[in-house]
Design a protein around this ligand. Sequence first.
Ligand code: NAD
Length: 476
Amino acid sequence: IPVDVFDLVIFGGTGDLARRKILPGLYRRFLAGQMPAESRIIGAARGELSEAEYREQVRAAIAEFVPKARQDTAIEGFLSRLQYVAIDATGTNGWAQLKGLMRENVVRAFYFSVAPGLFGDIAQRLSEHGIADAWSRIVVEKPFGRDLASARALNAVLARHFNETQIYRIDHYLGKETVQNLMAVRFANILFEPLWKAEYIDHVQITVAETVGVNGRGAYYDKSGAMRDMVQNHLMQLLCLIAMEPPYHFDPDAVRDEKLKVIRALKPVPPEDIVRGQYGPGKDEPGYLVHAENPASRTESYIALKVQISNWRWQGVPFYLRTGKRLRARASEIAITFKQPPHAIFDDASGWHENVLVIRLQPNEGMNLMVMIKEPGPGGMRLMQVPLDMSFADAIEDAEDVPDAYERLIMDVIRGNQTLFMRGDEVEAAWAWTDPIIEGWEARGDRPQVYDPGSSGPEDALMLMHRDGRRWREIR
Ligand code: NAD
């Protein structure tokens, strides 16, 4: 779908996120013909660089982060759209130059890809220099606050200079193809919605497992931990999309109203439904405490929670959430396990399993519905579980052409579509639920349980499920 002519200013245009995701994503959109000829990308960052030097940096980033097959002679055309302004977010340097570059009647987007401490400064300076007009949108990276008070303060600063319709709080999980596919499967089919409730669903598991540790950014991570870094935002958003009521229309506020209701209906989580872990040292590798440069750290690199939603639809259906670093495999998935049929006509030895809808976010994005069929052959009524594959990779010709989460979300900003961005009240509600959980373990002085690197997490997390007669799905 074509977009309007735009000027995209990337504050932090020389940073890690810009190099790895934003600029390669924009390049792919350019190759796809989605960047109108007059559009420009303006890198704005602290270093004194000439335009030519910036273009060379971006060329190198594309060579590193775009698959070779996608690298094209068209790169010169893309680089010619790039400009650079050396700017100081907290000072005066560069702002007049930036203002001079702005054009009238062109969509203007400002991507705040800088440390969160600078979000307020940049918003204020954009406003002071008269660049924050009705054509302007801002894209705000994570983390959006570290508790309710700081999130409120940040919302208040942004609201001083921009309307809510101009603020795009990014959660790249919402840009994933499969996450959007989840909404299509739920709301465009008659098959699922009648079963989507406590009567037919036994429980839901949401897993985001990473193999990497926190080395390199340990000191930074140590101030947040898995609850703040992953659960309050990413896992919460996934939970909302599964649990929300059907919105009256696929419209930004209709969708976000329904997500907000879910967050507000989350019950407080008692201490016995929380397991926190920290990876220990391995055979040839240091553990979390060394990576965090904090031998006394009580920050969790893993967390598992049993979450309940107090409304009619989900009464008594637990949502088990877990996420952690330095685990066995890199795997993100949502698994919805359905209940048993009301009456079993096949005997116990038949090999019966529950129906499970598995939504895999990475690797190999896709969806599978596990159903029971008869094992073929003359061996009597033996049952077997087979996947009904709903993966988009098979349904479209070239999976390589599926846009990455960031490029899709940036194009949504240009189009002015906020459906996949978090609204201010949503973020605050999520912190309002998160804060007492964190305050609880801090007040109790809880220590996370140590787990082996490369394992599936702490022992106690297994017990969280076992005591309910359930099991985590394998991380693989
Ligand atoms: P980074 O440290 O690699 O880059 C920071 C950028 O900000 C640089 O371009 C630097 O020049 C610029 N900058 C710093 N101080 C400035 C100032 N006073 N004025 C103007 N520019 C200034 O950071 P990053 O990893 O790219 O992260 C950027 C944002 O994105 C952060 O909010 C981070 O939390 C978020 N984020 C990053 C990742 C990631 O994978 N890197 C993932 C998710 C979210």
